[in-house]
Write a protein that binds this ligand. Structure first.
Ligand SMILES: [Zn+2]
Length: 487
């Protein structure tokens, strides 16, 4: 058996760890995150003009926008010039479900443009998710990015990863990119294959959390990857059963903020099951970057890794870049892509970014740092993050409001256990209904409609007194209440 994992504590120990793994050692001269800040900037500035040319030739959306904005794409030569370009909003992207942001094929470079995969964004205006396309070139670049990311988050080729992201009826990055992430460094992977059933599909093909717990023990899993609060619930359940989780040394707890208290709680429980040192990463990811930016130190900031993903924190009104460390809206620009390509696209989070040598690992790539408590990105108002899924409140309400028999309704986003701030999110739907309604049937209808609209199963509660959810004395009904603690 190999020696137990120990989290490297400073740049020297990190170099020692890298040099102990042949694959990472060989990569080291090419790893952009260790290059100087000037070299990283040079890489970005060498790629941007070519990307602008691609957008002008092959992007249906930006080709039109450049004309509308009176902007000559050739005038954008460096990343500093990006400030001249207006921001792209989620509404722009969702207007045709992302279709006009996919580049047309360049037949002179056809190998780079072969359609490789599609994942979908969560959060919609229409109830239909938007497509995000990857071509061969994109997948190859992402795989290189994942290798860099594995190295940042201390994942090793010998790790055995349990993929705890749901196998969902809409393909999301969680399940699929965990797969590629592990592949990029040659790790082994086990699958929880959990998730919600496809409405109407005759057989339940999913596996349970209990089966995942048993596999983690039996298959000697060393790393877990999934939504933070789901992983914690699994760990709690395994602890109650007295499972042997002694081999686990890394946890990728993603999809939502995982504050320090929650990490300490998971660590303590894993250690009760025999584990030693554990690195718990709350890497920050979203569909439009197709990855998760890794922490090198718990709560030490998220490294961007690949210079080809250019991040800015911007002022919503002026579009100007915020100074380092100041919170602004997160905008992503793809500097070298072929499938879905975005320019200064507002992801929907408020973040702060810094450009300085990381004191923990010595890398020089840009980092997202925490601004409020232990949260990297605070959601802007338009979308809610529930169980790691972004939902549009309007779509969710629309699903309920036009249901026969429903008189009043109210969604409550809360925690499964009120006394446990780190327990899983719970989406409750309180409804007041007409007398003599078949409640069982209505419950099934509402569950199905909400699930189709926002991909989450609500817990339905019938209320007898309508004023409990809507007091007519108030002018406006409150349709959504978020009861979750802010930290
Ligand atoms: Zn670092």
């Amino acid at each position: 058996m190999s020696k137990p994992f120990r989290v490297p504590r400073n740049p020297d120990e990190i170099m020692e760890w890298i040099n102990s793994i042949p694959m990472y050692k060989e990569d080291q001269p090419y790893d952009p995150s260790f290059k100087s800040m000037q070299e990283i900037e040079d890489i970005q500035n060498s790629k941007l003009p070519k990307q602008m040319e691609r957008l002008e030739k092959f992007s249906p959306f930006y080709r039109e926008k450049f004309k509308e904005w009176g902007l000559d794409p050739k005038s954008i030569k460096t990343t500093d010039d990006l400030e001249k370009i207006p921001l792209t909003t989620k509404a722009d992207f969702m207007a045709d479900r992302g279709e006009s942001f996919k580049l047309e094929q360049d037949f002179n470079n056809i190998m780079e443009y072969i359609l490789y995969d599609i994942t979908y964004t969560t959060g919609t205006t229409t109830g239909m998710p938007s497509r995000f396309y990857n071509t061969t070139y994109d997948m190859f670049l992402l795989t290189w990015g994942f290798r860099i990311g594995c190295k940042i988050g201390y994942l090793e080729p010998d790790d055995i990863v349990m993929n705890l992201f749901p196998f969902h009826f809409v393909p999301h990055i969680g399940f699929y990119r965990t797969w590629h992430f592990a592949a990029s460094a040659g790790m082994s992977m086990a699958f929880g294959l959990t998730g919600a059933p496809l409405p109407g599909f005759p057989h339940n093909i999913h596996r349970s959390m209990q089966q995942a717990i048993e596999d983690i023990e039996k298959k000697k899993v060393t790393a877990l990857s999934g939504i933070g609060s789901y992983i914690r619930r699994l760990i709690m359940s395994a602890e109650e059963q007295g499972r042997d989780f002694s081999r686990i040394s890394k946890v990728q707890a993603l999809g939502e903020a995982v504050p320090k208290g929650m990490r300490d709680d998971m660590r303590r429980r894993l250690q009760n099951m025999g584990a030693g040192e554990i690195f718990i990463s709350n890497a920050f990811g979203f569909t439009e970057c197709q990855a998760a930016f890794q922490e090198c130190t718990e709560l030490g900031g998220c490294h961007t890794g690949l210079p080809e993903m250019f991040l800015e924190a911007v002022d919503e009104k002026t579009g100007k870049r915020k100074p380092d460390g100041e919170p602004g809206l997160l905008a992503i620009t793809h500097l070298d892509r072929r499938g879905t390509c975005l320019l200064r696209y507002l992801v929907g989070d408020i973040v702060a970014i810094i450009h300085e040598t990381c004191p923990y690992c010595g890398r020089n790539d840009a980092r997202l740092i925490t601004t409020a408590g232990s949260t990297y990105g605070t959601r802007t108002k338009e979308l809610l993050n529930v169980k790691g899924t972004l939902i549009n409140p309007i779509t969710m309400c629309d699903a309920v409001v036009n249901t026969e028999g429903v008189l009043e309704y109210q969604f409550i986003v809360t925690k499964e256990r009120k006394d446990d701030p780190y327990s899983m999110d719970l989406l409750k739907l309180k409804v007041g209904v007409e007398k003599d309604m078949d409640r069982k049937k209505l419950e099934a209808t509402l569950t199905d409609k909400v699930q189709r609209a926002v991909e989450l199963r609500p817990k339905i509660e019938f209320v007898e007194d309508l004023s409990e959810i809507y007091d007519p004395a108030n002018l406006k009904a409150t349709r959504i209440i978020d009861e979750r603690p802010t930290e």
